[in-house]
Design a protein around this ligand. Structure first.
Ligand SMILES: [Zn+2]
Length: 459
């Protein structure tokens, strides 16, 4: 297998050859300038658009290793930790080429610039997005014409040194449900919105099995009536990119962005890789409904089994009367059963005790969490009264676990007369003081304590 870089060089040579000998590549009477022997999708017509039809090639997604998929565990692999690297092939099985051409319009943030592009946008410091068109070829008898239609953007990729078509693909790892549309299945992990340069990486015969019809029958070069239309030599040019009829473009797993991130804690088991090309339908195709592929994939380098953990909304004990929220770990398809009978992912607890949760999922199985102890601070002061003979001072006492006692003359408001468990005011008549227990700044509870001056004769 040639490396990608080498292949690009080779393709540059081929592009030159194709310009010189264009009529001799493919069917000489079906080129982008001569429609004589091009055939329409509707074979009874001689007046039609010759549209591309992009599908997703299956073989690389079923292969493992350098030219297929590589799963990395969550540790010990540096930047590859938790990545599922994938290789994606994008054959064009349509009657016409997918051809992308740059315009002289650029977008920097919200500004559109016409003319010469700045290397980087003044506002963002990033390369500008360049508006592109899709060139759609049209056959009318022997005459070939074309129209250019808006089709999204390209952006210069500094480390690759060439332009990329933006938003070309979206990759995800999902868990199957009964829903027939895999794009509705729950996502385990996502990849980046992939940008790439489009090129004729190789033909459908070279990459046997990548190009298939709607019934999954393999299509080889001879099965394409307009084979090679587009030239068979699109490369990573800054002005024209594309995929000819009967060709595929392949992005192997080692290239930038060719991976899905698997979240830590994901269990080993059976999942599905979902690859969606041209997800925003920028490009007009013969069939817009065959750009998604679903391939089974079994994770083997991730968490071996079920996990159940509880996190609390408070790291310290809270005051009686307030609630503590306990939350079980999330996971796709998880169901929950708490020791108090609740089945939600989170519960609000106002009663002290030990709580456990049982977490079950279709892939991971069932696990029971360690017990989580919830306790509350007792804030009701316990108090003792005092009595004195005649006028004088007496000591009142109050205490509350984990709280500070403040003393007041009124049940609400007023100055703090003293702080601490003991309080010794001077009184000359029966007087009630108020002890407030606080934790932090919050008012918690108050008890009133009478001091009852006693007549001497009562002693
Ligand atoms: Zn590139």
């Amino acid at each position: 297998m040639p490396t990608f870089t080498f292949y690009k060089m080779k393709k540059t040579v081929l592009l030159v050859l194709s310009v010189l000998f264009l009529p001799f590549i493919g069917n000489s009477q079906c080129t982008t300038t001569n429609a004589t022997s091009c055939t329409c999708l509707n074979t009874s017509s001689i007046n039609c658009d010759l549209l591309p039809d992009i599908i997703v090639g299956r073989p690389p997604l079923l292969a493992s290793g350098q030219y297929g998929n590589i799963e990395y565990s969550q540790t010990g692999n540096g930047v590859e930790n938790g990545r599922l690297r994938i290789s994606v092939s994008s054959p064009n099985i349509g009657r016409g080429p997918l051809e992308v051409r740059t315009t002289t319009k650029y977008v920097c943030g919200t500004d559109t610039i016409t003319g010469t592009a700045p290397a980087t946008c003044p506002t963002t410091g990033l390369p500008p997005k360049q508006l592109v068109v899709q060139r759609v070829y049209h056959k009318n008898g022997n005459t070939m014409s074309f129209i250019d239609r808006d089709a999204g953007t390209m952006t210069y990729h500094p480390s690759h040194g060439h332009m990329h078509v933006d938003d070309w693909g979206i990759y995800s790892l999902r868990q199957q449900t009964a829903d027939p549309n895999p794009l509705n299945w729950p996502i385990i992990g996502n990849g980046a919105k992939l940008a790439f340069c489009l090129m004729d990486y190789g033909s459908c015969s070279t990459y046997n099995g990548h190009c298939v019809d709607a019934n999954n029958n393999t299509l080889l070069n001879g099965n394409f009536p307009n084979y090679g239309l587009g030239g068979g030599a699109y490369n990573c040019s800054p002005t024209v990119q594309g995929i000819s009829s009967g060709y595929t473009d392949i992005y192997y797993q080692h290239l930038d962005g060719m991976y899905i991130s698997i979240p830590p804690g994901t269990c080993n088991g059976n999942y599905f890789i979902v690859v969606q090309l041209d997800p925003y339908n920028y490009f007009l195709e013969e069939n817009e409904n065959n750009n998604t592929i679903v391939v089974p994939y079994t994770l083997t380098q991730q968490s071996p089994g079920a996990v159940a953990t509880i996190t609390s909304s408070s790291s310290t004990a809270v005051c009686a009367g307030q609630a503590v929220t306990l939350t079980a770990n999330s996971g796709v398809g998880n169901t929950y059963l708490w020791s108090n009978g609740a089945t939600t992912q989170s519960i609000n607890v106002t009663t002290a005790g030990n709580y456990v949760v049982t977490v079950s999922s279709p892939v991971c199985g069932t696990a029971v969490s360690p017990a989580k102890n919830v306790s509350f601070i007792g804030v009701t002061p316990t108090t003792t009264n005092a009595a004195i003979c005649g006028q004088g001072s007496a000591t009142l006492n109050a205490s509350a676990t984990g709280a500070t006692i403040n003393w007041y003359a009124a049940s609400s408001g007023g100055a703090v007369l003293g702080t601490g468990n003991g309080f010794t005011p001077t009184v000359n008549t029966t007087t009630t003081f108020f002890a407030e227990a606080t934790t932090g700044a919050s008012f918690q509870d108050m008890q009133h304590l009478p001091i009852i001056p006693l007549a001497a004769e009562d002693i």
